[in-house]
Design a protein around this ligand. Sequence first.
Ligand code: UD1
Length: 430
Amino acid sequence: MDKIEISGKHPGPPGTGLCGKLTIRGAKNAALPIQCAALLGQGTTRLRHLPRLTDVSTMNGLLRELGCSVAADMDARTVEIDPDQVGAGTLEAPYEQVKTMRASVTVMGPLLGRFGRARVSLPGGCAIGARPIDQHLKGLEALGAEVELAHGYVELRAKRLIGARFSFDKVTVGGTQNVMMAASLAKGHSLLENVAREPEVQELAVFLNKMGARISGAGTDAIEIEGVDALNGIDHAILPDRIEAGTFAIAAAITRGDVLLEHAPVDHMHAVIDKLVEAGVECRVEDGGLRVIGPERIRPIDVVTRPHPGFPTDMQAQIMVLAAMADGASVIRETIFENRFMHVPELNRLGADIVVNGNTAVIRGPTRFSGTTVMATDLRASASLVLAGLVADGQTEVRRVYHLDRGYEAIEARLRPLGAEITRYHGAGA
Ligand code: UD1
């Protein structure tokens, strides 16, 4: 297993931190459902600007297992997916696959919508919480699917789905995406209410409409879908990653740096940018990107994670590092996932003063981080440890780097040109 070593330092005067330009890559959470949606199209779909991430490769692997022909050229960041032979296959997302990557359940809607059948392993818990899929199943049932749970798998069947009105009990990104994809090929009109408004839901709707679907309202809390008989394979470029951009913005801010994040999707980042500005960080929309300049003094902030357009849970661990560097006490409340403070004990080992009570963390700054060996159990938690390592005195060794590789493309190779002393060691550490 790889490990990452960072030779950090407590920030000096403004302008002495990370400095330069960095290009934001395609969004993992936009890419994964769109890879699944390629199952719906007759003929080949060509995806461009894919990020080079293990999750993207894992999804390509699942699509191959389902019978797709998948030609990936990750040097060119493109993949061509032809699903026309899938109907003859098992139509199954097995346990090993879903366990490795929960987003595998997003093949359920397209398989059911186009091929009338799907068998998907139940995801079970993961490091950040229980994460059930009850809303996905209720939505698909509303469209007429027969749902059966047996032996840890969910089996879905339908001759042809029928458009319906369905209101989600809880706002869910993956649930909205699954039901929206299934309804695209249903007979008649669907109205989905209390849906997720995340940019990745909007992007999926744009993609499906390019394939020939008739979806309106994505980005609001109700989506209307006029079912069509068939969809076509298309060419599509994945939008840049708002969470990656937010993570690098915090790296610039805490090191007192000055970094231009090229192609940062600022329109999707308002909640994060607002918090950075509140903390005293200078954020300028410039040259088709976001320029972030770290301040001399970071002010404390209060953050509550919410569905989009609220503050994203996927930025909670990273903004906690910014809060730890602030002059005073900050409060962060996590309302999306019940167990998403796994980074706190590790940040405390690096010298932070964070106390968790239920879903609320109180962070007392300013912290003088001091390097040690750390590891995390999920992707964004791992990113927070890298951020803390950048401003920690001495060496920080981050283990279990495979979490980072799921969501950040070559994080060390991209931070190094900005002045970070960060190195990956292959096959080392636990
Ligand atoms: C997606 C993102 C993930 C992000 C999350 C919340 C992808 C691949 N992943 O995950 O990075 O952290 O949105 O923004 O896009 N829930 C239920 N029943 C369901 C479905 C969800 O109770 O049927 C709950 C979950 O346990 C969680 C909340 O709803 O508490 C939100 O989850 P959801 O939006 O579904 O997250 P994902 O789509 O899995």
